[in-house]
Design a protein around this ligand. Structure first.
Ligand code: PGA
Length: 232
């Protein structure tokens, strides 16, 4: 069971330090825990969580090692910091920053080749679900992926992210089973995971953990979700 906290564009280095110092003292055993700070806060998180079981991952990575790619960061740079992995293909990257299935797959490939752990996100929009296209969208988004020991998929229905609308446990289970038929790797659920719905979602047989946004920013809610995961 893996619980990953996606901080998005939250927590400056000072705020990240405060959170990591507090997280270090929490009891979150029995579950793999990853935090994903923004780039500028990675170093301090790596430093403060060194020697704990909690890993640090980035929110994106470029496919080249270096070059004229203004605003991008390479896997080699992340590894030098001691970063363990990275998210790729988050729906906010796809919707707001023009990421495509191809660019996401390239980022994932380069990260895996460099030795990073990868959380690759996929999920349908509300319109896509309403017109019955969920499986078609997941198949398209994941067509360039193959199983890898360092890869997990995060199923994040776009309509459930930051909206308070969570997929029902049954609906998550159904999507996860389908994803595993495409790429046989662990599948995390993401989209408004909170302490009060975590146990039901994580209790589904094909839900192998969660990618948590909003509720990962507060220590109490994040650790409550980690504890729910440890119990399921
Ligand atoms: P949320 O975000 O938990 O705030 O819905 C999840 C995500 O975008 O990874």
């Amino acid at each position: 069971m893996l619980i990953a906290g996606n901080w998005k564009m939250h927590k400056s280095p000072a705020e990240a330090a405060e959170f990591c110092l507090a997280l270090r003292d929490e009891e979150v055993g029995g579950v793999d825990v990853v935090v994903c700070p923004p780039y500028v806060s990675l170093a301090v998180a790596v430093q403060l969580l060194a020697g704990t079981e909690i890993a640090v991952a980035a929110q994106n990575v470029h496919w080249e090692q270096e070059g004229a790619y203004t605003g991008e960061i390479s896997a080699r740079m992340l590894l030098e910091l001691g970063v363990y992995g990275t998210i790729v293909g988050h729906s906010e990257r796809r919707q707001l920053f023009g990421e495509t299935d191809e660019s996401v797959a390239k980022r994932a490939r380069a990260a895996l080749d460099a030795g990073l752990f990868v959380i690759a996100c996929a999920g349908e929009t509300e319109q896509e679900r309403e017109r019955g296209a969920t499986e078609e969208v997941l198949r398209r988004q994941l067509s360039m992926f193959e199983a890898d020991d360092n890869l997990v998929i995060a199923y994040e229905p776009v309509w459930a992210i930051g909206t308070g609308k969570t997929a029902t446990p049954e609906l998550a289970q159904e999507a996860h089973t389908f994803i595993k038929s495409l790429v046989d790797v662990p599948v995390l659920y993401g989209g408004s995971v909170k302490p009060d719905n975590a146990a039901d979602l994580l209790g589904q047989p094909d839900v192998d953990g969660a990618l948590v946004g909003g509720a990962s920013l507060e220590l109490d809610s994040f650790t409550a979700i980690c504890r729910a995961a440890a119990r399921s």
